[in-house]
Design a protein around this ligand. Sequence first.
Ligand code: GAL
Length: 661
Amino acid sequence: MTTRSITDRLGGLAFGGDYNPEQWDEPVWKEDDDLMRRARVNLATVGVFSWALLEPEEGRHDFAWLDAHIDRLHANGVAVDLATPTASPPPWFTLAHPDALPVRPDGTRLVHGSRDTYCLAAPAYRIAARRIAAALAERYGDHPALALWHVHNEYGTLCWCDHAAAAFRVWLRARHGSLDALNEAWGTAFWSQRHTSWEQVLPPRETQWHKNPGQALDFRRFWSDEIIAAFREQRDAIRAHSDRPVTTNLMLPAYQNVDLWALARELDVVTSDQYPNAPGLDAAAGVAVHADRTRSLGGGRPWLLMEQGTNTVYDDGQILGKEPGEILRHTLGHIARGSEGALFFQWRQSRAGAETWHSAMVPHAGPDSRIFREVTRVGEAVARLGELAGSTVAASVAVLDDPDAWWALGVDGLPSSRLDYHAALVRAHRALWDADATVDFAHPEHELSRYRLVIAPALFLLSDKGAENLRDYVADGGTLFVQHAAGFVDDRMHARLGGYPAEPLREALGIRVEEYRPLRQDERITLSDGSHGTVWSESLRTEGAQTLAAYTHGMLTGGPALTRHRSGTGQGWYLSTRLDDADYADLVGRLLKEAGVEPDVPGLPAGVEAVTRHALDGRHWQVLLNHTPVAVPLPDPAHDLLTDALAQELPPGGCAVLRGH
Ligand code: GAL
């Protein structure tokens, strides 16, 4: 029987990290055992980059060293998340199979020397990856220490080589059926691009000027499917020998090389890695958006934070430290939003190699350090939260997220290069987070009726099915908020004719956009309600909608900028420019009010985050995080699992996990 929940095996939430004992020797391993016990580590990710040791030459495996480490961890009460090492092929592999090295769009073939130096579409790579995955599964598939399989690491490396070209053509034949259909889909009537044989069809490699948008979008989709196929091969090779759950760690933020909705469907448990890219409150908001996305990718199921840093905030070319208390707040930020624990990259900071300066649970300074002391306290806190296992989070707001729409905004020749999908997604989430709303992400074609408010921040591409779904959502009582440049193209990158956005979404919004008018770099316009817009504007007319704010500049003067339309039992809002942050926050606040969305814990001051985890049997827990430097009295004191006492207030920068009553 497959054990789908990893927490069953751990007896509580997971705590630990990537463990790379091959970088060390016996005395350090002994110390690791002791320190892991002190830090309450119960799960270690092993073998992520161990291919060169596990298979020192093609087809010859050496598992003895790994046997010893896994047995040692087991004896020490630490379960194992065993990785397949396929994210870093050893030097012998690339020497033997130079055709499997990745090629950039400009034709440069990369060489060995870093990691991820493979083309996933190269047959030699796929054979080697399946072989090592199967060998590991055969050897460790029912090892009592094994809690989870970790296939590969952060899938997403793309390639433009001839293997990729061949696989792309196979994929295109399956998608389009015929060359005629492909020509039609890609609009090859323009610029004399009509293909008359399949060999003429290429990946979007470096070319003279704009690439074909249909080709660019299909190449993204092809790679997503190729990545998922590669994952499945390893997963299935593992499942032939093992009943333990299988995952791969997703890398979310701005790294959209795979359809994460589709990949997540293949995972027994969704896991992901998170490294903030700004300090302070922005880092906390980054944790929240990451956690909400990961949970949503798994359809709300419990998930697991596979990697975070003890001291790592990437910011403009430098690594910033986390402040005292931040490791706990970030950890609980993930757990609050459904993670079944928290793991780090990595256990012990490397003394050599490419990531020598990346933070770890045991820093270069050793255990006598602030970081290790904090890690120990965080481990103790997580150990107290076992009863949360299996519970999840209920959101009444959704932000729409569609990889096709993301990729569509990456093609050449758009009316503005300042339509940034990821920034729009994060901004919508941030405005909701600041307003204490609990948020899911959803695909535009998902069932949306459980949400009171749905925000579509960047749906430049919208499929017919998505447009119908959004129309129905509004007709059935939902509040939909659609932001500028929405529904401009269909799922082939063909422009919507007769006015944007895509029909029948226009029905729900009661508007018709006739003309897009991007604003100049430094242009900031004022709307009739006093709010300000940048980046974009549109000439639209209402077809039933009410104008809430109008343009006051140039030829758009008097024309609608922000509209609301009552349709069926719901309402569709449309905003045709990009509002300044404060105005956007006000508008989101107004929408939350209209839609009747309340914070999980009303009455908390700004900078205090609260999320509720619910168990199926009705139990619930409030996770409260105080991101401010002052103590905050709790509106509703309750038993705090972290202190095992009644909590009346949150200390400055402190946290509480209150058992519901
Ligand atoms: C992750 C990766 C780890 C490590 C870490 C550094 O994306 O999976 O192997 O490189 O980043 O932040």
